[in-house]
Each structure stands twice: as structure tokens, then as C-alpha cells.
Design a protein around this ligand. Structure first.
Ligand code: SF4
Length: 284
């Protein structure tokens, strides 16, 4: 079991899309104001250059996680979104990679994250293809990683793209349906069973990331660290068989303020149970 400590940070700048799958929230803080950000020293990925495919300064996601550092997802502001175009993204990434190479900077990872769910971008697969091309040209030893909530895994192009990258880091925050709905609040009627079924498309070649927390939301108690919840979550890991599991707890302000960080000792205790399944465990 490996244990890590550290932090993050943010650089540049659009396709209109209107669809019931997408939801928007505009916040004044905690949002990336550029396509490319960093590089940053990532707790999980080393020196990492971030790519934000979502609208600049707006959150766009099909989850509404109670702990999301980008704030609440706001359906009322949903009708129109302006994505960065594939061309803009490729140009911004190439410019930054050239600059980093000229400066002789080290780069471990090119990471898709940002203001929401990256796989919602309508040209996600094409952008992944461009990124692989540029990575091979400028930093052939760096890895391409995608942080995703898994809710677009019924889209064959998204799955195809995720299979091309080096690291798929996919969210699984609960072992029971009730808690999944309370913590992640999917906005398109997705169920935990649906998520697990679609995660199995990777035949275990994926990383699971789980946020552990407890508190209260809408007057309902939330705690995914109880024995029952952890055991249920472990049962899902047995089905998914991920290569590794990343455990973490709160590190930044959350939209639901009645939440508390889980102790390092508790994360270690949960991590030991994951390792007993023969799965590599990383704690942040
Ligand atoms: S999936 Fe990620 S971006 Fe979307 S609401 Fe949850 S934490 Fe925020």
C-alpha cells in the first residue's frame, strides 16, 4: 500500500451543444479558466499537465457530487454550452508542450480533468487521438490519464478513447445504490448497477478512485466508511477487478458544507481490506 501527500493549481480558452445529457454550473471560484493548466505536482500522477475540455469558468457534469470542488451542478443554467473546439485544444496543447520542452521541463502525465466530466466533450475520442500524437512527438515517455465519472461508458467512442490512454481513473464512491445516489447524485437516472456493468468493459484494466467522507446532506446522514458500506464496496471491487484503487478524502472546500474528512488511519484500514483482495492500493 502506498501513501502520498501534496496539491494542485492553473493557463488558456469554443462548439455549441445542447443536450439533455449535459448540465452547467457557473461558479466564481475553484474553476479552471483555461484549456491547459499546470504543469502541477499531482498527488497521484507526478508532474502533470492538465487539460480542461469543459467550458472555461463553468462546470459541466452529469453528476452533482456533494463534495465537488467545482461547486454544485446547476440545471437551471443548462441550455447552452460552449466547448473548446478540437482545433483550439490541439493548438493550446502543442504550444504548451513545445514551451515545456524548450525549458527542459520534466513531464510525467498529460491529464484530462478540469471543470467537470471530460468525456462529455463531443469530440473526446478525436481529442484523445490528437493528444497521443502530440505526446509521442514531444514527451514520448509521459503517460496520458483521464479522470472520469464513468457515466458516458454507454458511448462506444468514449470507451474506445479510454482504452487508448495509459490510465483510466474511474469513480466508484459507494457500494450501495442508496449511498451512490446520495453522494454522487447522478443527473440522468444512472444506477450503481449500471456503472459497475459498464466498468466491466475494461476487463480490470482500470484504476478505481473513491472519495471517502461522512456528514449530512439534505438532512440525511452520509457515511461510506461504515463496515456495511465498505464491505458492499469491496464486493463491487471483486466484480470490477481493477488494477489499482486510489483512496482519498476531502482536501478542498465542498459545496455541501456538512461534510468531514476521513482520518488517515481509517483510510489505511480500508486500504488493507482492498489489498487483501490482491489489488494495489494508493492512499492520498
Ligand atoms: S464527477 Fe467530478 S466534476 Fe462531476 S460533480 Fe463529481 S466531482 Fe464534480
Amino acid at each position: 500500500m502506498q501513501v502520498f501527500f501534496s496539491s494542485l493549481k492553473a493557463d488558456e480558452s469554443h462548439i455549441y451543444l445542447q443536450t439533455k445529457e449535459l448540465y452547467l454550473c457557473r461558479m466564481e471560484t475553484k474553476l479552471f479558466d483555461s484549456i491547459i493548466f499546470g504543469p502541477i505536482k499531482s498527488r497521484r500522477l507526478g508532474v502533470s499537465l492538465g487539460i480542461n475540455l469543459l467550458p472555461t469558468n463553468s462546470k459541466l457534469c452529469n453528476f452533482d457530487c456533494i463534495y465537488c470542488e467545482c461547486g454544485w451542478t446547476d440545471l437551471k443554467k443548462a441550455p447552452k454550452f460552449k466547448f473548446h473546439s478540437r482545433k483550439e485544444i490541439k493548438e493550446a496543447l502543442e504550444y504548451k508542450l513545445q514551451h515545456l520542452l524548450n525549458q527542459k521541463e520534466k513531464l510525467c502525465s498529460i491529464t484530462f480533468a478540469g471543470n467537470g466530466e471530460p468525456t462529455l466533450h463531443p469530440e473526446f475520442e478525436e481529442i484523445i487521438n490528437d493528444t497521443i500524437e502530440l505526446r509521442d512527438k514531444y514527451y514520448p515517455n509521459s503517460k496520458i490519464s483521464v479522470l472520469s465519472n464513468s457515466l458516458m461508458l454507454n458511448n462506444s467512442k468514449v470507451v474506445s478513447a479510454l482504452k487508448k490512454v495509459d490510465k483510466r481513473i474511474l469513480k466508484l464512491d459507494a457500494g450501495t445504490e442508496a449511498l451512490f445516489q446520495k453522494i454522487d447524485q447522478p443527473l440522468n437516472n444512472r444506477t450503481l448497477e449500471w456503472v459497475v456493468y459498464h466498468l466491466n468493459q475494461f476487463n480490470g484494466d482500470l484504476t478505481i478512485q473513491t472519495m471517502f467522507l461522512k456528514g449530512v446532506h439534505k438532512a440525511q446522514p452520509i457515511d461510506n466508511t461504515t463496515d456495511y458500506e465498505v464491505d458492499s464496496w469491496l464486493e463491487l471491487l471483486k466484480i470490477i477487478k481493477p488494477k489499482e484503487v486510489m483512496l482519498y478524502s476531502l482536501d478542498r472546500p465542498t459545496p455541501e458544507t456538512n461534510l468531514e474528512k476521513i482520518s488517515f488511519e481509517k483510510l489505511q484500514e480500508i486500504g488493507k481490506k482492498v489489498e487483501q483482495l490482491g489489488i494495489k492500493t494508493l492512499i492520498y
